[in-house]
Write a protein that binds this ligand. Sequence first.
Ligand code: DX5
Ligand code: ZN
Length: 218
Amino acid sequence: MNKALVSPSILSADFVNLERDVRRLFDWGADYVHCDVMDGVYVKNLTFGMPMIKAIKRISPLPLDVHLMITEPERYLDEFVKAGADIVTFHPDASRDPEAALKLLGDRGVKRGIVINPDVKLSDYISLLPECDVLLVMSVYAGLGGQKFIPETLETVRAGRQFISEHGLNTIIEIDGGVGASNAGICRDAGVGMIVAGSAVFNAEDPKAVVDALRGQE
Ligand code: DX5
Ligand code: ZN
């Protein structure tokens, strides 16, 4: 069976006890800390920015997977890299020049990728995949934790997987939104190699068991 990397979203963590919760992710066996940056423009909500990434980096035993839901992300890419992001993904429909943004991130030596919202066509951006370490497919509309998984978005995963295998790329497909123990398997079967989950992990009675279930068994 396919196994996936697990990147829990701290959007569902207790911000008053963020250091404790970030350290717990390591204890629960997660691979990354998913950090959702929202600007109140590209999406309605506001979360946090570079200072928070920098603070989390100081105490996190795990690498940081930074998901930028911000307009014109190119304005801040350098600063997110300096703050300690290990993966940076952004929405290409929010960017003036996604190709240049990916190049900049590549030059800075971080892993990088594009994020496809449910109403965005992957075909419009598929030519960028050779420059992407990660293709993040949103399985809900970006902007809020705790939404319901949209199964049709698995078609985007399948289309991405097909392009990746046809072109011999190493791009990993990440999925984000409404994923938990019960639907992680269909995501992995569709070609997902990295799973984001916020509420399913942090609201669980046994978060470690959920992380194991998201990853899948050998
Ligand atoms: C939504 C964020 C997600 C969110 C996932 O805009 O990108 O990372 O935190 O939360 P759940 O897993 O609760 O849907
Ligand atoms: Zn996210």
